[in-house]
Design a protein around this ligand. Structure first.
Ligand code: PMP
Length: 390
């Protein structure tokens, strides 16, 4: 029996892309001590540096002192602390929407929202490069899935034409693509959703806090807040905390409260997290200077990498890949960067399509120009030594 289990495990292991967990012992907004080595952190999603902000930390401690360490039950039982009402009120005011709902993570939010809204007999149109949580939600829903080529609205329209007018249709996209750093064509998606009578859902995980006059996100930046039916986002990136949200009309929130299994059957967020969420929503609206710093850093970093001869794909944001192709070279580059003092992760299939393995850099407003120059010099040296650039 034991031998049988070992042989099954061996077979599974052969198919697996092996990953290892890093040991992080210290982290501030720009630097991290990982596996005992001090590194410039170009791998986190702490885009505005808020994760270490004293005001957030204090709000979290205060909430924990008042309400305890854990929520003790799901929201529909006795876990719906008044902290939720405050944070959700702040959220809907910030986003200027009728209603808002907070979830335990972006992953469960996407899984739960999608499976609540669609099922067998319905049809989903999903960008080829959407995040895994969207893909998993669609699979679990049992709806028919059409993947349109990345950002290709003509392809999407040709697929929409094939659907029966009677079928419920959902178009779903990331706002900023997490591995490529490019943007969805939100205006074109709104046009198509109206033309074909579809529901449009946008995941603002990587744009919440960073675009729009008060950091509302990319949807607001393009003034499409009245046209996107389901606006989802996370608190775990630019907002420096944890958890996720959806904003929309009241019917949508009521429907999710009553049907979303990932909302109903899970313990509510810990009070400390809710305290930091409310504070982050308040602070982020005033952080225009940080947003501008991040934009300036991102522009500079992308330009310099391109001048050096690296392929950064279609990045136009703070997420900047160096696309290498080979899995082995990508892992090797990530290791060489770590040896040079930089934390930047190797991203391989299945996270990205075959043949497009890459180093994914993500920038934060907490970095200084000197730190970015310091990193560029090392990235260039590693690139030259590996023969990736001339
Ligand atoms: N959506 C997108 C586009 C993401 O990149 C991520 C995580 N990186 C998620 C959802 C999941 O969010 P969370 O980490 O809060 O579960």
């Amino acid at each position: 029996m034991k031998r049988h289990i070992q042989s099954v495990l061996y077979q599974l292991e052969q198919k697996m892309q092996k990953r290892t967990l890093n040991d992080v012992s210290f982290c501030n907004s720009s630097w991290i001590v990982m596996n005992g080595r001090k590194l410039l952190n170009l791998a986190s999603n702490n885009y505005l540096g808020l994760a270490g902000d004293e005001r957030l930390i204090e709000a979290g401690c205060q909430a924990m002192r008042t309400y305890g360490a854990g929520a003790t039950a799901s929201r529909l039982i006795v876990g719906n602390y008044e902290l939720y009402a405050k944070a959700e009120a702040a959220l809907k005011n910030w986003k200027k929407k009728e209603a808002a709902l907070i979830f335990n993570s972006g992953y469960t939010a996407n899984l739960g929202i999608i499976t609540s809204l669609i099922g067998r007999g319905d049809i989903v149109f999903s960008d080829w490069l959407n995040h895994a949580s969207i893909i998993d939600g669609i699979r679990l829903s049992g709806a028919e899935r059409y993947r349109y080529y990345h950002n290709d609205l003509d392809h999407l329209e040709s697929l929409l034409k094939q659907a029966s007018p009677r079928q419920r249709k959902l178009i779903v996209t990331d706002s900023i693509f997490s591995m490529d750093g490019d943007m969805a064509q939100l205006e074109g998606l709104v046009t198509l959703k109206k033309r074909y009578n579809a529901i449009l859902m946008v995941d603002e995980a990587h744009s919440s806090g960073l675009y729009g006059e008060r950091g509302e996100g990319l949807i607001h930046h393009f003034r499409l807040q009245d046209d996107v039916d389901i606006q989802m986002g996370t608190f775990s990136k630019a907002l420096g905390s944890f958890g996720a949200y959806v904003v929309g009309e009241q019917w949508l929130i009521d429907y999710l409260i009553n049907t979303m299994r990932g909302f109903i059957f899970t313990t509510a967020l810990p009070p400390a997290v809710l305290g930091t969420i409310e504070k982050a929503i308040e602070i982020v609206q005033k952080e225009e200077a940080k947003r501008q710093t991040l934009q300036a850093h991102s522009c500079y970093f992308r330009d310099e990498l391109q001048k050096l001869g690296f392929n950064i794909g279609k990045s136009m944001t703070h997420i900047v890949p160096i696309i290498i192709g080979s899995n082995e070279q990508t892992v090797q580059m990530s290791e060489r960067l770590q040896e040079s003092g930089i934390a930047a992760v190797a991203i391989r299939p299945p996270t990205v399509p075959e043949g497009t393995s890459r180093i994914r850099f993500s920038l934060t407003a907490a970095l200084t120009k000197e730190e970015i120059d310091w990193a560029l010099e090392r990235i260039a040296r590693v690139g030259r030594e590996m023969g990736l650039i001339a």
